[in-house]
Design a protein around this ligand. Structure first.
Ligand code: ADP
Length: 158
């Protein structure tokens, strides 16, 4: 039984994240989305809000659950008994940071493997940051996020 965690800030969850989760759910027996508290990133949505928005987005996927975590990623993997950390790669620009993180995590905990999935070609340009920027400037964010997230963004930015 292979369990994986999919960590991130998810501020908020986008269709890019969901594409990765849907594909990951076909590979792993259980996929645990780990919403990081990340207070340093000054999130638009609280940890609790990000958790609930993600939970609503994956309610139909029985092998996926959503939790929060604080602290080291490798400790979260151990806490949830996962041997794999799933991350997404959008562009070459993601690579440097992800490469460093994967090696650091491997040093900290050699039993945990980081696996990368390329984004679907319709999602490679999507990031939570850009979606928030478009929402703040009054653009239409419906093509990029699930409906309930679009509503939450509308409410937060008006
Ligand atoms: P973090 O702050 O940890 O980078 P994010 O919420 O931005 O958190 O991203 C979480 C994970 O989802 C990362 O592995 C990131 O590469 C991946 N990701 C972000 N946007 C997309 C997307 N559009 N398609 C696929 N993966 C994505």
């Amino acid at each position: 039984m292979t369990k994986a965690i999919y960590p991130g800030s998810f501020d908020p969850v986008t269709l890019g994240h969901l594409n990765l989760v849907q594909r990951g759910a076909k590979i792993f027996d259980e996929l645990i989305v780990c919403v990081a508290s990340n207070p340093g990133k000054n999130p638009m949505f609280s940890l609790e809000e990000r958790l609930e928005l993600f939970k609503d987005a994956v309610a139909d996927l029985s092998s996926v659950r959503v939790e929060t975590f604080d602290g080291l990623l490798v400790d979260a993997a151990k806490q949830f008994d996962a041997s794999v950390v799933l991350r997404g790669l959008r562009a070459v620009s993601d690579f440097d940071y992800e490469f460093q993180m994967a090696h650091m995590n491997h040093q900290l905990s050699p039993g945990i493997e980081t696996m990368f999935m390329m984004t679907g070609d319709e999602h490679f340009y999507l990031s939570s940051g850009l979606v928030k920027e478009v929402a703040i400037l009054g653009g239409d964010i419906h093509p990029f996020v699930p409906e309930h997230v679009a509503k939450a963004l509308d409410k937060r930015t008006k």
